[in-house]
Design a protein around this ligand. Sequence first.
Ligand code: ADE
Ligand code: ZN
Length: 326
Amino acid sequence: NIDSAALTALPKAELHLHIEGTLEPELILALAARNGITLPFPTLETLREQYEFSDLQSFLNLYYANMAVLISEADFADMTRAYLARAKESGVRHVEIMFDPQAHVARGVELSTAVNGIAAALASSEAEFGISTGLIAAFLRDESEESALAVLEALLHMRAPIMGIGLDSAEVGNPPSKFVRLYQRAKEAGLHLVAHAGEEGPPSYVEDALDLLGVERIDHGIRAVEDKFLIKRLVTEQVPLTVCPLSNVRLRAVDTLAAHPLPQMIEAGLNVCVSSDDPAYFGGYVGANFAALVAEFAWDAATVETLARNSIRSSFASAERKSELL
Ligand code: ADE
Ligand code: ZN
């Protein structure tokens, strides 16, 4: 087994991370106080009691409700800086951060407030934390494609420093086919393309994200293991899958960590890497995800090194940055 110091020292890229999912309960309460907001669960104790989830939607309800504390650029910057500090402790050296622009616009927060606040923290990340960064605008698949297109146009118009787009929120019933024009537009604009698929949704959503949206990476993708033809294709094409084990356990996408398909996915030759998804909600950052996996599956250093290397190779970092980290 690899020890925790060696685990941390291994350079890792975090490729599946929702910045709003890094709001720790303590920070939620501090921001609520700073902004004079009264939350439905106004104490640490009552707030913490809410972190018991039965599925993706039960989590999303709390995740969106807690965003109410994000009002100013400083709030977004403080949240992002707090994440970067934690990521550094896990040995993350490169991160591609998703944010949910529509969720903030819907609350009456200006797009520029969210973008500028997050971007301010990212601007000093390399110098302050040794972490290179990219920003991905994730669109809410339970909202309309028109809404997503309007927000994407606004982001392009303001020259927001985004490297790509993603697709998140309630998966089942909101297939990739709903967002073909959005992905076409983003591709025209020269953006990278990723999407959540096969978290709760069927293997066909993974296939459609590749064929209809042209994504370069799949977020989650764990339900791909149900389709052996799809597995074969994902292996052949070496499509990166950003797997989030603690998230899958906490959202009941798998029964237990022991039952998680990740070992089977590695064995099949899939290009998998490990991320934390919404670490403040799911019991830990990248380091905690690796530690739980190593404890559960008694992995040796070679397995962990493969996963870490996959994360760097599958990132959108420059060739120079990748070779620095590999
Ligand atoms: N938004 C934040 N985290 C998410 C997840 N794991 N799946 C879908 N949407 C999300
Ligand atoms: Zn996610």
